[in-house]
Design a protein around this ligand. Structure first.
Ligand code: KIV
Length: 276
């Protein structure tokens, strides 16, 4: 049985912390799922860590759906959340609903995430009204990176903090089941978490959030071009992969790979005809 929206909401009520991670492919989703992580986000961060774009902005619906399907095949228990890419929900509520439905119907996800607060309220209400669970995302919203002028901490002035709080309340009113708080001061995240009855999931928002989310490549140390301050590396996969690849390269060049262990054989007498 997959994790449900109600179970996630109950975790907040019980004071149980919620761990969420991104995944973009079948094998990784399977490991994350088997480790018991209840929420898997197919984040549009895949634009950077998987596809090599400079930001999340070029990511398309087709790319998101392609990866969502793979993650859904790998995760049997976790709730899989599809991240709506730039311009897939901005133009109209009809568009937003159509694209949200594609994540559920074609991608096999159980929920969607979108960025924005007050400005996306109408769209959230519409999507939730059609039975699709929505996770909000406020604070540093990477799709607005050009407006922010970089990956900077949000909500640092009293006015900016009040705006983030207003966005959080708007999303809860619109029917979101949880909200990602990205790169905002710890104290502001604490106030928002106390004010809302739905869970807050922090990334660079401190310890008081109801849960935490990280980009899996950041915690595994497999994407090192940009390591955010909020990321803790639990492994250094780049080093491990580089060593393994170098060893393989050296063994192939030296004629040391493959050995008999990695080879197949047939009875020599059956080859007599061929070697005549
Ligand atoms: O795209 C993503 O991975 C995200 C998380 C950072 C929350 O939106």
């Amino acid at each position: 049985m997959r994790v449900t929206v109600n179970q996630i909401k109950e975790m907040k009520q019980k004071g149980e912390k919620i761990a969420m991670l991104t995944a973009y492919d079948y094998s990784t989703a399977k490991i994350v799922d088997e480790a018991g992580i209840p929420l898997i986000l197919v984040g549009d961060s895949l634009g950077m860590v998987v596809l090599g774009y400079e930001s999340t902005i070029p990511v398309t619906m087709e790319e998101m759906l392609h990866h969502t399907k793979a993650v859904v095949r790998g995760a049997k228990r976790a709730m899989v959340i599809g991240d709506m890419p730039f311009m897939s929900y901005h133009i109209s509520a009809d568009d937003a609903l159509r694209n949200a439905a594609r994540f559920i119907q074609e991608g096999g996800a159980q929920a969607i995430k979108l960025e924005g607060g007050v400005t996306v309220m109408e769209k959230v209400t519409r999507i939730v009204g059609c039975g699709i669970p929505v996770m909000g995302h406020i604070g540093l919203t990477p799709q607005s990176i050009h407006q922010f002028g970089g990956f900077t901490v949000q909500g640092k002035t009293p006015e900016a903090a009040a705006k983030v709080l207003e966005d959080a309340v708007a999303l809860e009113e619109a029917g979101a089941f949880a909200i990602v708080l990205e790169t905002i001061p710890t104290q502001l995240a604490k106030i928002i978490t106390a004010k809302l009855s739905i869970p807050t999931i922090g990334i660079g928002a401190g310890i008081h959030c109801d849960g935490q989310v990280q980009v899996i490549n950041d915690i595994l140390g497999s994407y090192t071009e940009f390591v955010p301050k909020h990321a803790k590396q639990y492994a250094k996969l780049t080093d491990i992969i580089r060593n393994a690849v170098t060893q393989y390269h050296n063994e192939v060049k030296a004629g040391a790979f493959p050995t008999e262990k990695q080879s197949y054989s047939i009875d020599e007498s059956l080859l007599a005809e061929l070697t005549k």
